[in-house]
Ligand binder design. Structure first.
Ligand SMILES: C[S@@+](CC[C@H](N)C(=O)[O-])C[C@H]1O[C@@H](n2cnc3c(N)ncnc32)[C@H](O)[C@@H]1O
Length: 285
């Protein structure tokens, strides 16, 4: 649950629509992390791939390009607005790539066929029952198949969140409490040992969990001041800091924008705001 609503309601409501609208910005932010994900997955021509929580389909399309027309790719997600963007992109961009099937499905329980590879860019932290979900993913892989995914390390290590967050928290009527452990959310797998144990319990015999850090571009413009403004806009519309002000009054949102822009301004250089993102790159087979 996210603030008393189900994940399906969360990703089909205003949050899903915002993600869908900002697909280009998000793909640019995630680009260095996406590169690391695909380098590790090492997809081969002709493979079948399941993209878990595929969102607006950037990684699904990339997988389809990599496995080529002899392969097959499924993108699965519970968010109707994000799947609509993904389908539109596939029509426009998928020439020469593997056939792509986008399905509205809950990967925790759906049977979506059998795959040589499963992958996910930040789409595996939102299952109500992670043990059930990873066991289901294991069942959908060939015996020699593998799962490769990115998830976030601890919030404190992710400066792309902490910098805007620390500017917003003093403005809030209440200090936000951390979510109860093992509930759906971006930082749920911050600790590696329980994550590795979870994957082993789901039937994966070999699990690697590598820390990767990348500076991600949160805003770009022709001046540093505008880049800080752009980065503040992204922070307050998408992701964990946006979540804090999701239901706030316009006045608080305006003050938050001023505070976040001021916090990001000293970090802008050459018309760009880059902040550290800290992830686990996980592979399980
Ligand atoms: C942080 S977004 C990442 C989206 C996409 N992978 C990307 O990198 O742009 C998480 C995605 O997981 C999806 N999701 C959450 N729970 C899911 C579930 N049970 N089954 C399938 N997708 C799910 C959400 O709808 C959302 O699109």
């Amino acid at each position: 649950m996210a603030g008393g609503i189900t994940q399906a309601e969360y990703w089909n409501g205003e949050v899903g629509t915002r993600w869908a609208r900002n697909q280009t910005v998000l793909d640019a932010v995630f680009a260095p992390l996406t590169e690391a994900l695909f380098a590790r997955a090492a997809l081969r021509t002709g493979e079948s791939v399941l993209d878990i929580g595929c969102g607006s389909g950037a990684t699904t399309l990339e997988a389809a390009r990599r496995v080529g027309p002899e392969g097959a790719v499924t993108g699965a997600d519970i968010s109707v607005p994000l799947l609509a963007v993904a389908r539109g992109r596939a029509e426009a961009e998928a020439a020469g790539a593997a056939p792509i099937r986008f399905v509205e499905a809950d990967v925790e329980s759906a049977d979506l066929g059998t795959y040589g590879q499963a992958l996910s860019r930040f789409g595996v932290m939102f299952f109500p029952d992670s043990a059930r979900a990873f066991a289901n993913i294991r069942r959908m892989l060939h015996p020699e198949g593998q799962l490769t995914f990115l998830c976030w390390r601890a919030l404190a290590e992710n400066h792309w969140v902490t910098v805007p967050r620390e500017a917003v928290v003093p403005l809030l009527p209440e200090i936000p409490q951390p979510p109860p452990s093992d509930t759906p959310g971006p930082f749920r797998f911050a600790a590696a040992d329980p994550l590795v144990a979870l994957l082993r319990g789901a039937g994966f015999g070999t699990v690697t969990c590598d820390a990767i850090d990348r500076d991600v571009e949160r805003g770009r413009a022709d001046t540093d001041a505008k880049a800080a403004e752009a980065a503040a806009h992204v922070a307050l519309n998408l992701g964990p800091t946006a979540h804090l002000v999701r239901e706030a009054e316009p006045d608080l949102r305006a003050r938050a924008a001023t505070a976040v822009t001021a916090a990001l301004r000293p970090l802008a250089t050459g018309g760009s705001v880059r902040l550290r993102a800290a992830c686990w790159l996980v592979q399980a087979r």
